[in-house]
Each structure stands twice: as C-alpha cells, then as structure tokens.
Design a binder for this molecule. Structure first.
Ligand SMILES: Cc1cc2nc3c(=O)[nH]c(=O)nc-3n(C[C@H](O)[C@H](O)[C@H](O)COP(=O)(O)OP(=O)(O)OC[C@H]3O[C@@H](n4cnc5c(N)ncnc54)[C@H](O)[C@@H]3O)c2cc1C
Length: 434
C-alpha cells in the first residue's frame, strides 16, 4: 500500500492525535499511524490538567469533552504517616479551568479521533506500525526524511503476515512514545536520567465507606497512589526500580499487607487482589533527546523527552508540544506543504519546548530523589514532631499557592495561535468558525 500526504504523524497517543487534529482542522493533508488496533490500553496517563482544558476551550471542544465519563477534582490531598496534607488547590486558578480532570485516556484519544475525522484531509491508519524511515538524498548529498515504512496485520488472515505500507510525506513527526522506533531509525539516542522507581498499577474497588479524595498515601517510605475512576480506583504502588521479582517472591499476601499499611482506608478492599496478573509493572523513565529533529523529521512528546508519572504531567506536555508544533508550522504547511518546512523551523519548535520540558523534568528528578529511598527515615513522624508541624505550617500554604500554576498550567503553557483558529471546512463541506 502506498500513501502520500503532506504530514505523516507516527503514534496515536496524546501528542500524535492532538497534532493530527490541529493540522487536519487547519486544512493540512495529514496521516496518523497508530500501531494498535484501538486506543483501549489501561494504566495510561489519565490526567487532563487545567492547561489542556484551556486549550480545549480555545478550540471550542471543552463542553463536549466534559460530556465524556470523567471525574473532576479541585483539591489534591496527600496522607503522610496519617497526617493529611492539603497540597494542591486548583480552585486558585482562574475559572473555568480551575480543576483537574481524570479521564481514561482511550476516551480522550477517541474524542480527538472523532473530531479529526470530521475533516476530509485527515486519515488515521490503525494497526499500522512504523518500522523505518524513507530518505531522499539530494544532489548536494543532504539526506532528508520523506516518510516511513510500516506494516499492518491483514485482518482475517490466519497467517502471520503484514501488509507493507509506504508513506511518502513532506514532513514526518515522530510521536511514537518513549521507545520510539523512529528515533532509533534516525540514529538518535536520548540521554537517560537515572530513575530509582517503578510503578505497579492495579484496580481496586472503592471501600463501602469511601475515604476523602486522596492522591497519595505515604508511610515509612512506601507510596500508594489512588486515582479516582468514579466506581473504582486506579491504584499504584511505587517500588524500587527493578524490584518487581523480589516483590512477587515475597508473595501477594505481603504486597496486600504493605498496601493496607500504607493506605489504611484501602484495607477492606486489598483482598480484591488475588493474582499477580491483576498487577501491571510500568517502568518509570526520564530521558531527553539532545536534538529533536533531522531534515524532514521532528520528534515530539515522550519520543523527544520521556516524562515520569510524577505530577501526572506527561500527557499535558505531549499536548503542549503538539500545539507548539502546529502553531510554528501551519502557515508554511498551508502555503508549501511538508516539504517546505525547514530545519530552522523544526529547531525553533525545540527551542520553544525545551525550556519548559527541562524545567519540569528537573522537578520530577527532584521529587524522585526524595521518594526513591525505600530505607530512608519516614518523611513525617506519626504524629508530626513540633518542628515538623511548624515546617508544615510554613511550607504547605506556599505549596498550595505555587503548585496549581506549576503543575496545573505548567511552565510556559501554550495557546492555540490565530492561524489555527481560522475558518475551516469539515467533512460535510460546511465552513466552520469557532
Ligand atoms: C507509570 C506511568 C504513569 C504515568 N501516569 C501519567 C499520568 O497520570 N498523567 C500524565 O499526564 N502522564 C503520565 N505518564 C506519562 C505519560 O504517559 C506520557 O508522558 C504521555 O503518554 C506521552 O504522550 P505521547 O503521545 O508522547 O506518547 P505515548 O502516550 O507513549 O503514545 C505513543 C503512541 O505511539 C504508538 N506507537 C509506538 N510505536 C509506534 C510505531 N512504531 N508505529 C505506530 N505507532 C506507534 C503507541 O501505541 C502509542 O499509542 C505516566 C507514565 C508512566 C510511565
């Protein structure tokens, strides 16, 4: 199969789907390749921060988006050795984007798909896995990426064959996540920042007496996250990196006991975990490419900079990359297509996004340095000592003031540029304006 387009986006995650939607809406001929057949993958980043809500508002999608199943929180609490600390209050941000939305990622991605498919110039190839880059060598010897090679399993075929796909594109955007195949194909190796933790994710029913909304329970160096999924929790236990086998050897009973000790309100429901198959290991990583581009090729999202789950901002930084990319390139793409995009323009996207990414990754690494010490002394005594109580009184109000901006809006939040908000035409041929 041969596909021609102006822009080929590889990866239908938050970065790729948002970029696909924005470019399609701006009238650019765009193809998105996603290796999975659907978006249904659990234990993905589920947080939609105020910065992303603001973007959806600008795009006129906010109200419809909020019709999808989700839960909303304005405040986030942590319980540290039985002391409840009210750390974040998004209600301090200007309305209406003064809240955090928890939504299973597949709803969000499917929503972007539906919106993008309203435009005739948008194509999404599901089950299509990019395997390599296509290059064109000019007379001057300069090599430019001009698309990708991909494979797609043939539906209904009982033999393990894949249909070969050649995508020819003026510009290729790699949004294929932290294990990016295109990054390897381009010969780029990200710098890894050592991270000392992994996360074990699992679902737990809510106890009959639901505890107060709590994001994090901390007890003697053990950390449990609970993300409210309305009828159940998506829960995570932090473990030292590479320790899953040791945790398994210690047995489920020991795991359940540690959970119940750390997050006491969950004690009545930990018995729901009866098999290690219910527990999924997600390896945590922080990494960053030094250069996010090659002629004809740009890396965004986790493919350019893998984010840790700390502060739950990875999805939002991926979305911001997509918006910055579309803002920077849309005028050129409309006028001259993907081939007209220069390396200087791709470098400008990196220049814009690198400082906020670098700053957030530094914060994440700082947090990891504090939490990745399983044998460290408890962060707080139970009850807090007088000195700790005084420190809490000083630090927590400050945190409450800074955190909504730092985490909710992030460093240098993007907004959708005028060129992207122009009139557009959907599949019905109707001219639309916001
Ligand atoms: C344990 C853990 C928990 C996290 N929790 C949160 C959270 O709560 N909130 C948050 O905001 N962030 C969280 N993050 C970070 C967040 O998941 C990422 O930063 C974010 O998903 C990056 O988006 P992306 O679109 O760049 O990449 P991805 O979400 O990784 O999407 C990449 C897409 O590309 C597809 N793909 C990959 N290779 C190919 C190929 N060769 N061809 C075609 N398609 C391909 C993949 O199937 C995938 O759909 C978490 C990360 C971890 C590890």
């Amino acid at each position: 199969m041969r596909v021609e387009c102006e822009v080929c986006v590889v990866g239908g995650g938050p970065a790729g789907m948002m970029l696909g939607y924005l470019l399609a809406r701006a009238g650019v001929d765009v193809v998105v390749l996603e290796k999975h057949e659907d978006f249904f993958r659990d234990f993905r980043g589920d947080t939609i921060h105020p910065s992303t809500l603001a973007l959806l508002g600008q795009l006129g999608l906010r109200e419809e988006f909020l019709q999808l199943p989700h839960s909303e929180v304005r405040t986030l609490d942590a319980v540290v050795n039985r002391t409840r600390i009210h750390v974040i209050d998004f209600g301090r941000l200007p309305p209406p984007d003064d809240l955090l939305v928890f939504m299973p990622q597949w709803y969000f991605l499917d929503f972007l798909r539906q919106k993008a498919e309203a435009f005739p110039n948008f194509r999404l190839l599901m089950g299509a896995e990019a395997t390599g880059l296509q290059r064109d060598i000019s007379g001057t010897g300069e090599s430019r990426v001009v698309g990708v090679t991909a494979g797609r399993a043939v539906p209904g075929s009982d033999v393990d064959t894949a249909e070969a796909i050649e995508v020819w594109a003026g510009l290729t955007v790699a949004a294929d996540g932290r294990a990016s195949v295109l990054r390897a194909a381009a010969g780029l190796v990200p710098r890894e920042f050592g991270v000392g933790i992994d996360v074990l994710w699992f679902s737990l029913p809510k106890p009959a007496v639901a505890p107060k909304p709590t994001l994090l329970y901390v007890d003697q160096g053990s950390f449990v996250l609970t993300i409210d999924r309305r009828d159940h929790y998506q829960a995570g236990q932090l473990i030292p990196k590479g320790d899953f086998e040791r945790v398994k050897t210690a047995g489920l009973d020991s795991f359940r006991r540690q959970l119940a000790r750390t997050a006491r309100p969950l004690a009545p429901v930990v018995g729901h975990l009866t098999d290690w198959n219910q527990v999924k290991l997600l390896s945590v990583q922080i990494s960053r490419l030094e250069t996010w581009h090659r002629p004809g090729l740009l890396f965004i999202g986790d493919a350019a900079h893998a984010m840790s789950p700390a502060f739950g901002v990875g999805v939002n930084y991926a979305i911001q990359d997509a918006v910055a990319t579309a803002n920077a390139l849309v005028t050129t793409l409309r006028a001259g297509g993907g081939a007209a995009v220069t390396s200087a323009q791709l470098a400008a996207v990196q220049r814009r996004r690198l400082p906020p990414v670098r700053a957030m990754q530094a914060l994440q690494r700082g947090l990891h340095a504090v939490i990745a010490k399983p044998d460290a002394a408890p962060l707080l005594a139970d009850p807090p000592t007088r000195r700790q109580a005084v420190a809490l009184d000083l630090v927590v109000p400050l945190l409450r003031r800074i955190a909504p901006r730092l985490i909710g809006r992030g460093f240098r939040p993007e907004s959708v540029g005028e060129a992207l908000l122009d009139a557009f035409t959907d599949r019905t041929g109707r001219a639309q304006t916001r």
